[in-house]
Design a protein around this ligand. Sequence first.
Ligand SMILES: Nc1nc2c(ncn2[C@@H]2O[C@H](COP(=O)(O)OP(=O)(O)OP(=O)(O)O)[C@@H](O)[C@H]2O)c(=O)[nH]1
Ligand SMILES: [Mg+2]
Length: 233
Amino acid sequence: MHQTFDAALEINLLHANQTGADHNRKHFDRWGITCLNIMSSPGAGKTVLLEQTLKVLKDKFKIAVIEGDMTTELDADRLRKYDVPVIPINTGRSCHLDSKMVAGGIHTLEHQYNPHDFDLVLVENVGNLVCPAEFEVGEHAKVALLSVTEGEDKPLKYPVMFQEADCLLITKTDLAPYLDIDLDCIADNVRQMNPNITIIYLSAKTGAGLSQWFDWIEKILQQNPVKHLSTQV
Ligand SMILES: Nc1nc2c(ncn2[C@@H]2O[C@H](COP(=O)(O)OP(=O)(O)OP(=O)(O)O)[C@@H](O)[C@H]2O)c(=O)[nH]1
Ligand SMILES: [Mg+2]
């Protein structure tokens, strides 16, 4: 009985979240913004990746960041140094951003800036390999990070994240020589359940793989049909 009630509650929760996510995406589409939802377990390198991304792409594209963190603005402060709008969202006890929280961020973007000016919104989700993958926030593509220190088996143990992701960044590859890790095995485990995923091997420390990541972002920006449409008007 309890189980049925819990399952129904979860379905309602996810349904309400999806409605909110679709609504957020309509806002992004209207403004010609592409939104990426960046997810990983704690410490896999999301904020370092955003730092490197802003450093290189902020002069080419107009970028804003929605920065999800449970309690602090530590990551938001790191990113503010790059002179782009950084909208912090504290989730409190919640282990993921949901579409309602991101709607609050969109509201700030709309009222404090001209949203039509922006090309790209990067959402850094709360560090967690499970829940963020279940809760869409209105993104056009999902990016998952998995660091080499986490082990080859993680895609099998936490499948939803890797099934849902459009791009997987295998991070901290500079550390691989010091670990007993098989990078091909990580890729094989992911491709088993998501054959079309883009996989990029990346080290924010040495810069390896960063140019492939920037190329992937540019491809997504070009592919986003609404952006394409709005540039033709
Ligand atoms: N060696 C090495 N360390 C890295 C690399 N990328 C990130 N780190 C380190 O990993 C730690 C965590 O990086 P963050 O970017 O803060 O990770 P995060 O995913 O944003 O963490 P949360 O927001 O807490 O989930 C920091 O000490 C980084 O310097 C990398 O490519 N190589
Ligand atoms: Mg972070």
